[in-house]
Design a protein around this ligand. Structure first.
Ligand code: OGA
Ligand code: NI
Length: 351
């Protein structure tokens, strides 16, 4: 039997300060509460490189059958050097992405706060799913300027609809359509990553959990922030997933770390941003890099993003793919169940 993870009671006290409400209070001020002020070495104003020419690779995947070799090469190169790239002409209809964004924005901006709290994560819950604020306990008790909603969108057997918004009413259909469209891209990305390492097309995805790979959607909601020079949205991290496929809105904010500098990831309408996560770094025995990234916030505009984390099933064991390990290439990572990896990462324990 499925356990009930999201709140169903109507008596949930609103103890957690949502960033959306902090933002509405600080709206007319030129300061923010101290728990949102990052230490000097993290503050975006002090650490972002401006006027640089380097850019996260943009890869056109139209006509993948005819151009497979070229696309595989580009994806493998980007995954080794950056751990992130943008994909254009991916075949997901603009309308499907537009609807996903529309219903997510409506949930955060038009649904009354009490109703949002009905699907809030229980503080004691093991599950990550639901509406919430700040996932990890951060060093020095600092907080990110962001609220979020997490729920699984694929495979159908993994979905817990209690954690999905009931409003707007078209929320469910828009998310189901997006999940369906993503499946094609997911297969293609895994296939290219496999071929890029000289493996057979199916091997990487199979090693990651195959048809049981879980698609975990997160919506990030970054309200306007009076001091974007001092705060961060999501603090610097690598994703635990295999791959993350992210749709942003038009407000600049994602930054990636490369060769000791932070770079802005330019917004390209309708592109999908592909992050290599920790599990693909492990499967590839370190050939592909899990990208270190963070987000900044904006003074006047709300930024939103919709990452989908492609995760192995929790009991699935992940380690370097045996074919990639030999005398000259010793395994660089342990083989362990995904749930054990997650536990160590969230509790900042050695892997
Ligand atoms: C995340 C993340 C980036 C973004 O939620 O893990 O890195 O652009 N988000 O919002
Ligand atoms: Ni991330």
């Amino acid at each position: 039997m499925k356990t009930v993870e999201c709140n169903t009671a109507t008596t949930m006290p609103m103890e957690v300060a949502r960033v959306q409400s902090v933002a509405s209070i600080t709206n007319c001020m030129d300061t923010i509460p101290s728990e949102y002020i990052r230490s000097k070495n993290e503050q975006p104003a002090a650490t972002t490189l401006h006027g640089v020419v380097l850019q996260v690779p943009v890869i056109d995947i139209s006509d993948i059958d005819a151009n497979e070799e070229k696309i595989v090469k580009a994806i493998a190169k980007a995954s080794k050097e950056w751990g992130i790239f943008q994909v254009i002409n991916h075949g997901i209809p603009d309308e499907v992405i537009g609807n996903l964004q529309k219903v997510g924005k409506e949930f955060f901006e038009q649904v009354p706060q009490e109703e949002k709290e009905l699907i809030a994560k229980n503080p004691g819950s093991q599950s990550i799913e639901g509406y919430g604020t700040s996932l990890q306990k951060e060093v020095e008790g600092k907080k990110g300027w962001v609220d979020h909603l997490f729920h699984k969108i694929w495979p159908p057997s993994s979905i817990n609809y209690r954690c999905w918004p009931k409003n707007p009413p078209s929320y469910r259909e828009a998310n189901e359509e997006y999940a369906k469209s993503l499946r094609v891209i997911v297969d293609r990305m895994f296939k290219c990553l496999s071929l890029g390492l000289g493996l057979e097309a199916h091997e990487m995805m199979e090693a990651a959990g195959g048809e049981d790979i879980v698609y975990l959607l997160k919506i990030n909601y970054y309200p306007p922030c009076p001091r974007p020079d001092l705060a961060l949205g999501v603090v610097a991290h690598t994703d635990m997933s295999c791959i993350t496929l992210l749709v942003p809105n038009e407000v600049q904010g994602l930054q990636v770390f490369k060769d000791s500098h932070w770079y802005d990831v330019n917004y390209i309408p309708n592109a999908l941003i592909v992050h290599i996560g920790d599990q693909v770094e492990i499967l590839s025995n370190g050939k592909y890099k899990s990208v270190y990234h963070r987000t900044t916030v904006n003074k006047d505009k709300t930024r939103m993003s919709w990452p989908v984390f492609l995760e192995p099933p929790s009991e699935h064991e992940v380690g370097p793919i045996p074919k990639l390990v030999n005398e000259a290439n010793q395994p660089k990572f342990k083989t362990k169940k995904y749930k054990d990896y997650v536990y160590c990462k969230l509790n900042k324990l050695p892997q």
